[in-house]
Each structure stands twice: as structure tokens, then as C-alpha cells.
Design a protein around this ligand. Structure first.
Ligand SMILES: Nc1ncnc2c1ncn2[C@@H]1O[C@H](COP(=O)(O)OP(=O)(O)OP(=O)(O)O)[C@@H](O)[C@H]1O
Ligand SMILES: [Mg+2]
Length: 590
């Protein structure tokens, strides 16, 4: 559903509420038009010298009562219409977010976060403005302009009315045109503030690196530039605003000038009374705001149209990774077969994986080693359908990957990604996502298995300790282990560790691996590592080189081959003071 149809659906759903809001606003507008008639009577009575103090008090009371009525109906209609527009805003934003959640991660590689934020905030705000200011102002503009001009022209003087309103379209045009420039410059001010904020934010986050490299002076310079730019953008905005205000005051002034000059002449030759002259000018003052708002409405509608177009483009983006029509598998056990898998990333030519063939029996372990960029993470991503592999190349339990519902597939895989990400939430939330899904014992157990329990209970709030942005208050190793706990709590049939023990020391690694041995019973495990110690006892080991399996076997067979694996082993054995044999995974298969 596009944002336009959401608006349509919203209008239909709340039509009676809108009608009610419009009635309230119309009442308020009509009451506003009573004020000039009061002033007319007042001025006429002054001119005739027939005004008594009782009349004066009556007039005052009338003005106060009408003022209250105007304020009451206007406020009620504002509350009504504005509330409805907030509901619409919530709906459009929810629709956008629901769609975004469905889009694959590559979409987020292609689009900058800043742009997405701008759609989620600015474009949705514009849609709300259409429903808020657009609806509210349009009604006010139509009623006030129509009734005021009719009252001026029909009841006072048509020629004078025509003359006086002649400059006013200029005000509408000005409001319409200038608002674009004001908005453009306001956006630049917002951007400048954003840059200033992120400079300070980055400075705070990177303070250790900055100090270590003696970059304080450069940082100051960088900040100064952003600070200057902020002042510059604000000055630009002030200039536009001032120019707009001056020109609009000149246009309004011209209307009043015409009214006073020609109106005064009409009073002098008794064509209109003094009261009518006063009423005429009061009508004119009531006209100014709606005439300016007419430009504003035109601007809001035009921007609404542009925002709607941008939102429509997003909402029409088909998620490339979605369930096929013929999803048949209902669960995943964990027997993985890969046949002739070659893969290039979308929009690229180069094959990142070449002719991969593998059979990973259920409950067994596969280890992948290989240089940086050899395609290890890519292979794991294809298994999880983070990217779409070619059809009929990856099979789980005999099902082509495309026959397995994405939800089932992802629920069946517990992954510790290479770049672990912790949310700005509590440790318990980070392990369980939603702690309501797991009890305290399960969360504790997962933390114990990942060897992070002792660290957690040392924190003041234990599992309820809040983590900063990306968990910066934790060490790299602690973060990795919380990520491991997150994968273990799932009890998934397939476990994937993408270089997940790189940030922990050898002793902790051994403890984690010991814990994992129990977990790996009956679960298919894939471990990517640069450390032979981690993978040595895997049931099968592959060595990837430029996307190809160049060696395949067990530790013992590979060590005899005198290939890449053997060289890695030699190098690492030289580095280690102790024998490597103690640090290994051993899958217990039933
Ligand atoms: N999203 C992407 N789009 C295009 N190319 C990519 C993408 N991700 C990775 N690549 C490229 O694919 C190749 C393999 O990357 P991959 O991340 O699979 O390597 P890796 O073996 O996991 O390396 P490392 O040991 O550093 O983790 C690299 O050349 C990389 O530049
Ligand atoms: Mg990788």
C-alpha cells in the first residue's frame, strides 16, 4: 500500500471526524467576521454622537463573548484535526518501518543512513503537514477569504475592495516561493547542526585515538570549520526570513495605503460611512493571514506531493529476499549440501565463490579457514540467505534453500557474526532479544556457556546493566561472548561462528570450546577461524582461497599435504609456546 493510499484510507476512515472538525473551524471563521460589524456600529454611533456608555459596555461584552467563541471553536477544531494528522503520521511511519524490516541488508548498503532517516522523519512529517496544516489552513483560507471579500464588496464598496485586494496575490506568491527557500535554508541549518553534533560525538568516541596520535589541533580545526559553517547557514536563513518579512510588510502596507487613501476619499464624499470604513479595514486585517496562508497551503501541497513520490518509491521496492510460492519445508534439521555453488555479489562481475561442493552431515562440524577476503563470510551469508544464492546450489535436509520459509531458516540458525553488534539496551535484552521469550535460568546458562557470566555478575546491575551505543563500555572479548550467548540461547539446529573467538584469550577460548562441545551434540556447526587451535578437531576442514576450496579434509590429512593449511599450522605452532593439542573442538556425535 502506498503512502497516498494510506492517506486515502485514513481520510475515509475518519471522514466524520474530519467533517466535525471542519464544522467547528467554520463556526470559528464565521464568528471572526462578526467583529468588523461590531466596530462598524461603534464607529457610526461615534460619528452620530449617539454612543452611550451602556452601548459601549454592551459592545465590549459582545466582543469578549465572540472572542471566546472564536477561541473555543478554533481550539477544538485544531485539537481534532491535528490529532487526526498525528494518527496519520504514525500510520505512514509504521508502514514505512514495516516495509524496511522486510528489505534485505544489501538495501542498507546501497542507501545512506542519513537519507533513510530523512525519509522516516522529514517526508513523513510533510505528509502529516498536509493532513494538518493543509486541511486546517485550506478551510480557513477558503472561508475567510470568500466571506470577507463578499462582505467588503457587497456590503461596503466593490471598487474599493477590488483596488485594495489587488496587491494581495503578490503576498500569496511570495509566501509560496519564499517558503521553498526558507525550507531549503532551514534544512541546511539542520544539516550544519547535525555535522556539528557528529563532530563532537566522534571526538568523544575517538578521544583515545586522537590523544594517542596527538590530533588535538586538527580536531580543533575540524570543529572550527563546522562551527563557522553553522553560523553561515544560520545567517543565510536570517537573510531570507528578513527579506520575506520586509517584502510582505510592503505589500500589506500598500493594501492599507490604498484602503486609507481611497476609502478616506469615499468617506469624505459620503459614499461610505465612517463605520463602513472601519469595518472595511478590519475585514482587510482579517484577510492578510489567510492570503499569506494560501501560499503556505500551495507550498505544503507541492512538498507533500514530492514526499509522497519519494515514499512511494521506497514502498514499491520489492524485497528481493522473500519466501517463494512453493515453500514446503516446515523445520530444519541441519543436513547441509552445497552443489556447484558459484556466486558474485549483485551488480558485480567477479565471482567471490567458485564451484563450491560440500556435504555437511547433521550434527557434524565444518571448519573454514582462508585468507582475508577469500569468501568465508559470503558462504555463511548465502546459507542464511542474507544474499540469494543461485537456485539449486544449497540444500538443507534435501530441500532447496528457496523451499524453506525464511523465518524457519533463520530460526534454525544461531549465528555469531564477524562484526558483532550489541544494542543500546540491557545485557539480558542483548542475549535474549526479548527476555519474555526465555526465563532467567536460560539466560544465565547461555552466559555461562559463553564464559561471560562471571564478567556480567561483576557489573553493578548484573544482567540488567545497560550497554552504551554498540556496547562500548564492554571489552571486545566481552562483546564477542555476549554475541555467543545470544546464539546459544536459541537452541538452533545449526550453529555458525564467523571468526567469533578472535578477541578472546587462549584460556577463555578453551573454556568456551569445552562448553560448546556439549552444545554441539546433534547440532551442525560451522566455524570460521584464523586459529588452527579453534578448528583442529572439526569433522572436516576446508581451506578457501579466492573463493575456491583448495584443500579439504581433516586436520590430520591436511597437515600431511604441505599446503596452505600446513603452512598456517607451522606458523601458529611456532608462535605458541605450549602445544596446540589441548585447544580443540571435538564433536560428540550420537
Ligand atoms: N556486500 C558486498 N558487496 C560486494 N562485494 C562484497 C560484499 N561483501 C564482501 N564482498 C567482497 O567479497 C569478497 C569476499 O568477502 P568475505 O567477506 O566473504 O571474505 P572473508 O573470507 O569473510 O574475509 P575475512 O577473513 O576478512 O572476514 C571480498 O573481496 C569482498 O570485498
Ligand atoms: Mg569474513
Amino acid at each position: 500500500m502506498s503512502s497516498k493510499s494510506i492517506v486515502k484510507e485514513h481520510l475515509i476512515k475518519h471522514k466524520w471526524q474530519y467533517v466535525f472538525g471542519v464544522i467547528l473551524l467554520s463556526i470559528s471563521c464565521l464568528f471572526q467576521l462578526l467583529i468588523p460589524t461590531f466596530l462598524e456600529q461603534f464607529a457610526d454611533r461615534v460619528q452620530d454622537s449617539t454612543l452611550t456608555s451602556a452601548d459601549l459596555i454592551k459592545l465590549l461584552i459582545n466582543i469578549i463573548i465572540v472572542g471566546f467563541i472564536i477561541a473555543f471553536f478554533r481550539s477544538c477544531s485544531r485539537i481534532y484535526i491535528f490529532r487526526l494528522s498525528r494518527i496519520l503520521e504514525k500510520r505512514v511511519r509504521r508502514r514505512l518501518f514495516t516495509h524496511w524490516v522486510k528489505l534485505p541488508s544489501q538495501y542498507y548498503h546501497k542507501h545512506r543512513i542519513g537519507d533513510l532517516m530523512s525519509h522516516a522523519i522529514n517526508d513523513v512529517n510533510v505528509i502529516r503537514e498536509v493532513a494538518m496544516g493543509g486541511v486546517f489552513l485550506s478551510i480557513e483560507v477558503v472561508i475567510l477569504i470568500t466571506v470577507a471579500v463578499i462582505a467588503m464588496g457587497m456590503t461596503i464598496n466593490a471598487w474599493l475592495t477590488l483596488l485594495v485586494i489587488l496587491p494581495l496575490p503578490g503576498l500569496t506568491f511570495l509566501a509560496y516561493k519564499f517558503r521553498f527557500q526558507i525550507q531549503e535554508r532551514s534544512t541546511k541549518v539542520q544539516e550544519a547542526i547535525g555535522h556539528l553534533t557528529s563532530t563532537v560525538q566522534e571526538f568523544c568516541a575517538g578521544i583515545r585515538v586522537i590523544k594517542a596520535y596527538g590530533q588535538e589541533k586538527d580536531e580543533r580545526k575540524k570543529f572550527e570549520l563546522k562551527n563557522q559553517h553553522n553560523v553561515y547557514t544560520n545567517r543565510q536563513l536570517i537573510q531570507t526570513n528578513s527579506l520575506f518579512n520586509s517584502v510582505s510588510i510592503a505589500i500589506v502596507g500598500l493594501s492599507y495605503l490604498l484602503s486609507i487613501f481611497f476609502g478616506g476619499m469615499l468617506v469624505m464624499n459620503n459614499t461610505i460611512t465612517l463605520g463602513e470604513f472601519v469595518a472595511f479595514n478590519t475585514y482587510l486585517s482579517l484577510l492578510i493571514a489567510p492570503v499569506e496562508n494560501l501560499g503556505k497551503v500551495m507550498n505544503i501541497l507541492q512538498r507533500g506531493w514530492a514526499s509522497n513520490k519519494r515514499l512511494r518509491t521506497i514502498l514499491n521496492t520489492e524485497p528481493e529476499i522473500k519466501d517463494a510460492q512453493d515453500v514446503t519445508a516446515t523445520s530444519v534439521d541441519g543436513q547441509i549440501t552445497i552443489r556447484n555453488l558459484s556466486f558474485a555479489y549483485p551488480d558485480t562481475e567477479e565471482l567471490v565463490l567458485k564451484n563450491i561442493n560440500l556435504n555437511i552431515p547433521k550434527g557434524s562440524s565444518l571448519a573454514i579457514v582462508g585468507k582475508v577476503g577469500s569468501g568465508k563470510t559470503t558462504l555463511l551469508h548465502l546459507l542464511m540467505r542474507v544474499y540469494n544464492p543461485p537456485k539449486s546450489t544449497i540444500f538443507i535436509d534435501g530441500y532447496d534453500l528457496y523451499q524453506i520459509p525464511l523465518k524457519t531458516l533463520r530460526q534454525s540458525i544461531g549465528i555469531v557474526p564477524q562484526e558483532n553488534f550489541l544494542f543500546s539496551s540491557t545485557i539480558a535484552d542483548n542475549i535474549a532479544f526479548d527476555p519474555a521469550n526465555y526465563n532467567e535460568r536460560q539466560i544465565t546458562n547461555a552466559a555461562k556457556l559463553a564464559q561471560v557470566y562471571d564478567n556480567i555478575i561483576d557489573f553493578p546491575n548484573k544482567f540488567e546493566t545497560a550497554l552504551g551505543e554498540r556496547g562500548i563500555s564492554l571489552s571486545g572479548g566481552q562483546r564477542q561472548r555476549i554475541s555467543i550467548a545470544r546464539s546459544l540461547i536459541k537452541k538452533a539446529n545449526i550453529l555458525i561462528f564467523d571468526d567469533s573467538l578472535s578477541a578472546v584469550d587462549a584460556v577463555t577460548e578453551e573454556k568456551i570450546l569445552q562448553g560448546l562441545r556439549e552444545q554441539m551434540i546433534n547440532r551442525t556447526t560451522i566455524i570460521v577461524s584464523h586459529r588452527i587451535s579453534t578448528i583442529k578437531d572439526a569433522d572436516q576442514i576446508i581451506v578457501l582461497d579466492e573463493g575456491e576450496i583448495v584443500e579439504h579434509g581433516t586436520h590430520d590429512t591436511l597437515i600431511k599435504k604441505n599446503g596452505i593449511y600446513q603452512q598456517m599450522y607451522e606458523k601458529q605452532a611456532l608462535k605458541q609456546a605450549s602445544p596446540l593439542g589441548t585447544l580443540s573442538i571435538k564433536t560428540k556425535r550420537r
